[in-house]
Design a protein around this ligand. Structure first.
Ligand SMILES: NC(=O)c1ccc[n+]([C@@H]2O[C@H](COP(=O)([O-])OP(=O)(O)OC[C@H]3O[C@@H](n4cnc5c(N)ncnc54)[C@H](OP(=O)(O)O)[C@@H]3O)[C@@H](O)[C@H]2O)c1
Length: 286
């Protein structure tokens, strides 16, 4: 699966195609959670100008239509942009959930999205199955190139195997040095599931952490860039969010320095497991 900025075809392979080690092609996508609808269009237009081609929204974020509007206004061909959205709650029937997914396409004004995710595993076994079957149907009908999940724990991924022969292409989970989700990552790797890393900047709550600061200062870069390069080096696709022009630019370009093995180890050693998460975690949701 190819999830970079480049308008290359999506392949069926997963991790080998992550081009995070290519210095000119950082796989940084733009997150749009808490991007107020009134500013989302401007933010996305700035981001497209900077070079972002991967956008992460959700029905829950209420800014899908502004994202679609910005892409049309930019004049950049649809196929050069990677669009991901998510559905949170089931509607009570596969057909109802499918219709709800199609509403996202209508709101964005697109024929397909590149990736459609189940936002969370919190709707119970029946709800999760209904949502997955709706996404499978959407994919069959051409409304989604790839489908996946978010916030799924090992047991939720295993559950899919009991009723479907389609596996998620992606699991989007919170990942940064303080919350590394190691059991889930190992399980996703074993099942060829690509990891998108949300809240990769820890919502800027760790900018003063002594280890992070010291690494950034030694390398003459920012703490934000260190966090994003850490994520890329692990093979993840980080999705930093910003509505600020300067920060959008800063987050997109993470070149110009290299985190050595020692720096990576110091960052890896910061893991606090679920205690380090900034978003409530549902990986054990029943
Ligand atoms: N699937 C899920 O359940 C889920 C959950 C959470 C997030 N996500 C996705 O992941 C994306 C990112 O996660 P997130 O929004 O939680 O957190 P984040 O990207 O770690 O942090 C965003 C915060 O950091 C600030 N910021 C951005 N760049 C900065 C910089 N260079 N220096 C200092 N501060 C900076 C932003 O403010 P400004 O906007 O003012 O720059 C914003 O307050 C979301 O937008 C969403 O797309 C998914």
């Amino acid at each position: 699966m190819h999830l970079s900025h480049d308008p290359e075809p999506i392949s069926s392979s997963v991790n080998p195609s992550l081009s995070s080690t290519k210095p000119n092609r950082p796989n940084v996508g733009l997150g749009l959670y808490l991007s107020p609808p009134a500013v989302t269009k401007r933010t996305v237009l700035w981001a497209l100008e900077i070079g972002y081609r991967h956008f992460d929204t959700a029905q829950y974020y209420e800014n899908e239509s502004q994202l679609g509007e910005a892409i049309r206004e930019s004049g950049i061909p649809r196929e050069q942009v990677f669009l991901c959205t998510k559905i949170l709650f089931p509607e009570g029937s596969m057909e109802g959930s499918l219709e709800k997914c199609k509403k996202s396409l209508k709101d964005m004004g697109v024929d397909y999205v590149d990736l459609f995710l189940i936002h969370s595993p919190t709707s119970g076994p029946n709800g999760r199955r209904e949502l997955w079957e709706a996404l499978c149907r959407l994919k069959e009908e051409g409304g989604a190139r790839q489908i996946g999940v978010s916030n799924y724990g090992v047991k939720h991924i295993e559950e899919i195997k009991t009723f479907s022969n389609v596996m998620p292409a992606v699991n989007q989970v919170e990942i940064h040095p303080w919350c590394q989700q190691r059991p889930i990552i190992e399980h996703c790797k074993a099942n060829h599931i690509t990891i998108q890393a949300y809240s990769p900047l820890v919502r800027n709550t760790k900018a003063d952490h002594p280890v992070l600061r010291q690494i950034a200062e030694t390398l003459g870069t920012s703490t934000t860039k260190v966090l994003l390069q850490w994520s890329l080096n692990q093979g993840y696709l980080p999705l930093p969010k910003s509505d600020d022009l300067g920060r959008l630019k800063e987050n997109f370009d993470v070149r110009g320095f290299v985190l050595c093995a020692g720096d990576m180890k110091r960052l890896n050693d910061l893991d606090e497991g679920m205690e380090g998460a900034v978003v409530p975690q549902y990986t054990e949701a029943p």
